[in-house]
Design a protein around this ligand. Structure first.
Ligand code: C2E
Ligand code: MG
Ligand code: MG
Length: 557
């Protein structure tokens, strides 16, 4: 017996025209059940119609006046309210068994009633069976919409998967601001809309290989063969709802589609992804449908991971600073002049991550400031150590991101570092990328002017990659031009790049500032640049960026 209901007394309807039989059955059942009696079929039907939801079992005699047992059986089986009440037929006629069961009875008891234990056991078993079945039915179906419940939906998908490997879509459909519909128009209206949507989905699926469920209040999941025209379905639903609802309720559907699901993932993930696409549409009134894109999703997850880990990684020193030497090439022998500080992230689980993967991300959300402060501090302390050890300072450039420019404390922060480590503005240099100049020229020129007034040297990084106008260049305060790497990379096999290198050299002469050529990997590039008058080289030809101790070995030489 169903455990939760163990202590509830079930009600049994005994339908029997002979008083003596009613009394015998009454005596047998009364210990465990509440018993109601009907002395003919019509009376039984009346009681059932009034009380169907409290009666757990019918014991039915066949031969009765007014209305026969068979007739009652027929009526019960044809009536939605009565069809799931179990019926045990009582008969003298052993041969009638089969036809009785065929007519819809669940079991039979033989007259006369001389085995009370058997009768009780049969009653109990049938009631239990029916209750279990009802429990399963109710868990399978969402009572409001008649669609599957969430849990059974996934159960059925797993069943379907056993028999089919055709292309399937996972679809999540959501109503924008549905809670407002409930609040403004009442829950009943909200329910009506949900039912309407559910029945349209069901109709749409009726002749395709698909199923649907209501996964949450206003979210529907559809799993079906990649056939449906979702745009059309949405249109249809909206039109239908408009027709049956109050005038001003503008319902908006969002549909996220995970097309041709990846069977390496779990069904739950298919729908997580569909829902993700669906949620992307929140507040976007230009689109109604979004497709899940796994590459974009992976990238998003990766970025979220990096953002989540930045603080712990700073605290655990997973970030370190490397130093790449810059060489003066004007004399006969190249000479180590200075270095650029470049951040490295040795993530405990993801391994080495290139700055190209995280700097742009952290520039977008402002987190790059944290990293820059870390790098500046590390670089300053390292310069001071070397100064101590070798008796001379190697100037080190640090990158200043476009975000830092808007930090009102930038100047104080940098001056504070010089103070803390006993450095001068000739020892800690600043690189600012050219594109920052074109982003916010006015503010940047102001900030850079102030920094230069304090003595800082500014190198314009990646020069040639941005869109500085010649006019702007003449007004811009800079001390060094760092030629964008891609000119150097292509200078030997692409005439245009070579010409651009020459142009950068001309501009530098015009501005009267030295040029640093980055990305020099080959002797031929170096020679060419030297011919053009380039004074400083940074590149793998001399050295990759190095950890502090390896850079120190270079210094010692
Ligand atoms: P960048 O400031 O232009 O730095 C030069 C980049 O070129 C470095 O890449 C360096 O390793 C690379 N490089 C130098 N010589 C060669 C060469 O011969 N061949 C090739 N293929 N590459 C060379 P890295 O360290 O991967 O940094 C990339 C960019 O990330 C940097 O470009 C800079 O914009 C940014 N970045 C790095 N560290 C920091 C930092 O601490 N703060 C900020 N805001 N940005 C940083
Ligand atoms: Mg740089
Ligand atoms: Mg650069």
């Amino acid at each position: 017996m169903n455990k939760a209901l163990k202590n509830v007394r079930r009600k049994v309807l005994v339908v029997e025209d002979e008083r003596i039989n009613r009394e015998i059955l009454g005596n047998i059942l009364q210990g465990g059940y509440e018993v109601v009696f009907a002395e003919d079929g019509q009376r039984a039907v009346d009681i059932l119609r009034a009380d169907y939801d409290t009666i757990s079992l019918i014991l039915l005699d066949l031969m009765m006046p007014v209305m026969s047992g068979e007739e009652v059986l027929k009526i019960c089986r044809a009536d939605d309210n009565l069809s799931d009440i179990p019926i045990i037929v009582m008969t003298q006629d052993e041969d009638a068994e089969v036809s009785i069961i065929r007519a819809g009875a669940d079991d039979f008891i033989k007259k006369p009633y001389n085995m009370p234990e058997v009768i009780l056991a049969r009653c109990e078993r049938i009631i239990d069976l029916y209750e279990k079945k009802r429990l399963i039915d109710s868990a399978e179906i969402d009572l409001l919409t008649g669609l599957y419940s969430n849990e059974f939906f996934f159960e059925y998908i797993k069943q379907m998967e056993k028999y089919s490997d055709s292309k399937m879509d996972a679809v999540a459909m959501d109503i924008e601001h549905f809670h407002l519909v409930n609040e403004i128009y009442g829950r009943a209206e909200g329910d009506r809309i949900l039912k309407r949507i559910a029945s349209m989905i069901m109709a749409e699926l009726s002749d395709s290989y698909g199923i649907a469920c209501r996964s949450a209040a206003d979210t529907f999941y559809i799993y079906n063969q990649s056939l449906l025209d979702y745009e059309k379905l949405a249109e249809k639903i909206l039109k239908d709802i408009e027709a049956v609802t109050f005038e001003n309720a503008k319902i908006r559907l969002r549909i996220g589609i995970n097309r041709d699901v990846d069977r390496n993932d779990l069904p739950e993930q298919w729908f997580d992804h569909a829902k993700l696409a669906c949620d992307e549409l929140r507040g976007d009134y230009t689109r109604q449908i979004a497709f899940y894109d796994s590459a974009a999703h992976d990238k998003q997850l990766y970025h979220e991971r990096l953002i989540r880990d930045i603080d712990t990684s700073i605290a655990n020193k997973d970030f370190t600073v490397f130093f790449q030497p810059k060489y003066g090439i004007e004399g006969d022998e190249p000479e180590l002049r200075s270095a650029e500080a470049l951040i490295r992230w040795n993530h405990p689980e993801l391994g080495m991550i290139s700055p190209g993967d995280f700097i742009p991300l952290f520039e977008d959300n402002g987190l790059v400031q944290k990293l820059d402060r870390f790098v500046w501090e590390e670089a300053a302390s390292q310069i001071a150590k070397w100064k101590d050890k070798f008796g001379f300072a190697v100037p080190v450039s640090v990158n200043v991101s476009r975000i830092d420019i808007f930090d009102p404390d930038l100047e104080d922060r940098l001056l504070g570092l010089l103070d803390k480590y006993g450095l001068t503005t000739n020892e800690l240099l600043l690189e600012i990328t050219e594109s920052a100049y074109s982003d916010s020229a006015k503010r940047l020129i102001e900030v850079v002017n102030n920094l230069r007034d304090k003595g800082f040297k500014i190198e314009m990084d990646d020069f040639g990659s941005g869109y500085s106008s010649l006019n702007m260049l003449t007004t811009i305060p800079i001390d060094v031009l760092k030629m964008d790497m891609k000119f150097v990379r292509n200078m030997l096999n692409d005439d245009k790049s070579l010409k651009l290198c020459e142009l950068v050299m001309d501009i530098s002469r015009f501005l009267d500032v030295p040029v640093v050529a980055e990305g020099v990997e080959e002797k031929a590039q170096l020679d060419k640049l030297k011919d053009m008058g380039c004074q400083i080289i940074q590149g793998y030809y001399f050295s990759k960026p190095l950890p502090a101790d390896q850079f120190e070995e270079l210094l010692a030489k």
